[in-house]
Design a binder for this molecule. Structure first.
Ligand code: ADP
Ligand code: MG
Length: 246
């Protein structure tokens, strides 16, 4: 479980989160809803670690351990996966090598005895996953995300999630930049990734994604704080009738 208590965050002395408290439990999915500038991306960046943001008070624990004391690589090591609002393109890094590297690091984190998979073995292993996600094998030889479409980039992210098996998957506005078909495909892939072992946290302006992914709780953020919590039924009702201003 991730427990956030009375969290205050500032950037260059400007306060952008104020007494935020909430919990994420494994086996449940969440939605963080709120207008631009309400602090949603700040909260996700603080969970993953970001040099820009300073936690000035409060605490975040993960399974009872102090998350704020953990290095970013410890946080990512099978714990937290943050899907960025804008996915970076990296020239000179081949997709296959990138995936092999993160897979080997993640497996070593779980079992220090793990012997790295060679490029040859890894390619055989990854192709099975790529077929499931309907990603063309030719992508393996291309540079990471360079000239990939929005939908392709998201599929590659889902492939990474499958490889690492993170517990908490935070998706910051994944709906931006996708057309409806790509959005539906990505949403249904995410739904199939959802399990009692993980928790999907969706950050969005819109309710549409809730039609495709089961969400147990909705948090509404406003002016740098959580102002409302809705259970599943209420969220469903509001998503059908429209929620107006939040
Ligand atoms: P959201 O993701 O909900 O749109 P953000 O978490 O990105 O909101 O931003 C919350 C607030 O923090 C906004 O008012 C934004 O302008 C401010 N903010 C974020 N980063 C900085 C920064 N580097 N300097 C000054 N203000 C910032
Ligand atoms: Mg944002």
């Amino acid at each position: 479980m991730i427990q956030i208590q009375d969290l205050k965050v500032s950037v260059w002395e400007k306060q952008i989160l104020n007494w935020v408290s909430l919990e994420f439990e494994l086996g449940k999915n969440y939605c963080l809803l709120g207008k631009n500038g309400s602090g949603k991306s700040t909260l996700s960046s603080v969970l993953m670690w970001h040099p820009k943001y300073e936690v000035t008070s409060g605490s975040i624990s993960i399974n009872g351990e102090d998350l704020l004391e953990m290095e970013p690589n410890e946080r990512s090591n099978a714990w937290i996966f943050l899907s960025f609002q804008n996915i970076p393109e990296i020239k000179g890094v081949k997709l296959s090598e990138y995936l092999r590297t993160i897979f080997n690091i993640s497996e070593k984190g779980k079992n220090p005895e793990f012997a790295d998979l060679s490029p040859f073995i890894f390619k055989r292993f990854i192709k099975k996953h790529m077929q499931e996600l309907q990603i063309d094998e030719a992508f393996l030889d291309r540079d990471l995300n360079v000239w990939f479409s929005g939908g392709e980039k998201r599929k590659i992210e889902i492939l990474q999630m499958k490889l690492i098996g993170p517990k908490y998957i935070i998706l910051d506005e994944i709906d931006s930049g996708l057309d409806l078909d790509a959005f539906k495909t990505v949403a249904s892939m995410l739904q199939s990734l959802s399990s009692p072992e993980n928790s999907i946290i969706i950050i969005t302006h819109y309710f549409t994604i809730l039609e495709y992914i089961d969400v147990d709780k909705v948090f509404v953020m406003k002016a740098w704080n959580i102002v409302k919590e809705w259970g599943k039924e209420l969220a469903q009702e509001i998503s059908e009738s429209g929620f107006g201003e939040v």
